[in-house]
Design a protein around this ligand. Structure first.
Ligand SMILES: Cc1ncc(COP(=O)(O)O)c(C=O)c1O
Length: 453
């Protein structure tokens, strides 16, 4: 570091426009500026250490300081720091990475299209879907169904897909042929006493009604996260994908699995779709593909979709889509190293063990707390929803910003969590141990107690 802590904080505050940050909060609280990391821990410029309960932004799945990935990045940067994949160009490492990804797909997939972020990958998905239906002679079949509380990215189209009004109003979104249906938010949206299965059936009925109202021949695709992440940590209720799958099939609607967070082991299976037993036509992956060591995303294209492009190659001509950093060779090298580590460390097995352990530990410690309404999750995606009243589920006054207070109390105790309103979420590195989970739960419970004391 060439500047000291105070200078880093000052420069950041006066120079950087932060994403997803309140300008007012940044003025009063200042930025937290990180400097280093090892394993599940990061350290800020002032030397304070934190257990990172969010793996950065749900991405540093293998933890910080993984020499194997760092060395792969260094080697590739020295050998060939960049080459593109436009006009039929490629690099050896990209070819190997595409193959490695296809071999790990949950269902047979024909091709991978690379990008640099989850948002650009979902933009690619939309363009692929629209092109697919143009090529099939179905130009009217273009509408996309997403769900309230979904998070699919921050671009104009992907923020439109995203079902969070806070990401819409300032920017005149949503734009485009996008329809939102209800979130599968069992805790808040299911009528009192209704089972998860019946709630899923109700949501499937709503979906079918929307499709019939709009006309199935106008709807191209349905986007879904297995467990909603940024929209409030909402796992699919029992029977959800089972109930909606046949409806989508019946109306020839593509199912896009947004596995940006859930891919590569986070739910205790390699893919989120395997936890919930559904078969996607298209998959969006990012984050964990390089464990956050390099920006990279991958769109997986099923034979059903690819065959249409290949059969009508003459109409497609030069496929007019791509990014400078599509299939970056350094990203591919990072991904190959990360994929190898996921296998070697048996990360998926660790999540299958530690995930339920963490959920139980949180429930044991906080399940009876007067202001903890719900503790839910799957694998290592876990959310704790705070309420004013457990019995009625009445929400805390938004003006109190209780979630943010807990986040700050946790940070003081050396723990990073994330506040989605009053739902605090955890998505720690997938290599976290039971001992580290104990520490996380203890710090978090104390932070909750600090705030409600
Ligand atoms: C499910 C999901 N899809 C897409 C994205 C967008 O990814 P990115 O921030 O890399 O553009 C995210 C980011 O958190 C996500 O959680």
């Amino acid at each position: 570091m060439t500047i000291d802590a105070a200078e880093a904080i000052r420069l950041d505050k006066q120079s950087q426009f932060h994403p997803f940050t309140s300008i007012t909060d940044l003025k009063t609280d200042g930025p937290t500026v990180m400097a280093s990391g090892q394993g599940v821990r990061v350290r800020d410029v002032e030397g304070k250490e934190y257990l990172d309960g969010m793996a950065g932004l749900w991405c540093v799945n293998l933890g910080y300081g993984r020499k194997e990935i760092v060395e792969a990045i260094t080697r590739q940067s020295e050998r060939l720091s960049f080459f593109h994949t436009f006009n039929g160009m490629s690099t050896d490492v990209v070819a190997e990475c595409a193959d490695a990804l296809l071999k790990r797909a949950p269902v047979p997939m024909a091709r991978v299209f690379f990008g640099a972020s989850g948002s650009d990958a979902n933009e690619t998905q939309l363009k692929l879907i629209w092109a697919y239906n143009n090529l099939r002679g179905k130009p009217a079949k273009k509408k996309i169904i997403a769900r309230w509380n979904a998070y699919h990215g921050s671009g104009v189209a992907t923020a439109s897909l995203t079902g969070l009004p806070g990401m819409h109003s300032l920017f005149d979104l949503p734009q485009g042929p996008i329809i939102h249906v209800s979130a599968p938010y069992y805790y808040r949206k299911a009528p009192e006493g209704m089972s998860e299965r019946d709630f899923s059936a109700q949501l499937a009925k709503e979906l079918e009604e929307v499709i019939e109202r709009e006309g199935g021949d106008t709807i191209a695709a349905f986007f879904a996260e297995a467990v909603m992440g940024a929209g409030g940590l909402i796992p699919a209720p029992e029977g959800y994908f089972e109930a909606i799958g046949p409806i989508l099939k019946k109306h020839d609607i593509l199912l896009v699995a947004d596995e940006v967070v859930s891919g590569f082991g986070r739910l205790g299976t390699y893919w989120g779709s395997q936890t919930y037993g559904y078969e996607p036509d298209l998959i969006t992956a990012a984050k964990g593909v390089t464990s956050g060591y390099f920006p990279m995303s991958a769109v997986f294209i099923s034979p059903k979709v690819w065959d249409v492009f290949e059969a009508d190659a003459a109409t497609v001509g030069v496929f007019g889509h791509g990014y400078t950093y599509s299939a970056h060779p350094v990203g591919a090298a990072a991904a190959l190293a990360a994929l190898k580590l996921i296998d070697e460390l048996d990360v998926v097995k660790n999540v299958a063990d530690v995930g339920p352990y963490m959920l139980n530990a949180l429930r044991d410690r906080l399940g009876q707390h007067a202001h903890v309404g719900d503790i839910r999750g799957q694998g290592l995606m876990i959310g704790i929803e705070l309420v004013k009243d457990r019995a009625t589920k009445e929400q805390l006054p938004p003006a109190n910003r209780t979630g943010r207070q807990v986040l700050k109390a946790a940070a003081q105790r050396g723990l990073i969590t994330r506040a989605l309103g009053d739902t605090l979420v955890f998505a720690p590195p997938l290599v976290i141990t039971r001992g580290e989970v104990d520490e996380l739960v203890d710090k978090f419970a104390l932070a909750v107690e600090d705030v409600f004391a």
